[in-house]
Design a protein. Sequence first.
Length: 77
Amino acid sequence: MEFDDPEEFDLGDGTADTETTVTCPHCGEEVEIAVDPGSGAAQEYVEDCQVCCRPWNVHVTFDDEGHAEVEVSPLDE
């Protein structure tokens, strides 16, 4: 199921993922970040590493059960 409008994304029973751990592509540190299921099933945004402060592209997708798949990559500087 694919959602184009964030308002169409069903939050289900409230058990959707709201945080996850990623590895910074710059410094290699594991960092816990918040994810927002209310912002849609597919998201892309920029976030800075909490350790080294360098920016990443964050790609988040939520499946039908609210599980988040998160990938981070270096922001092209």
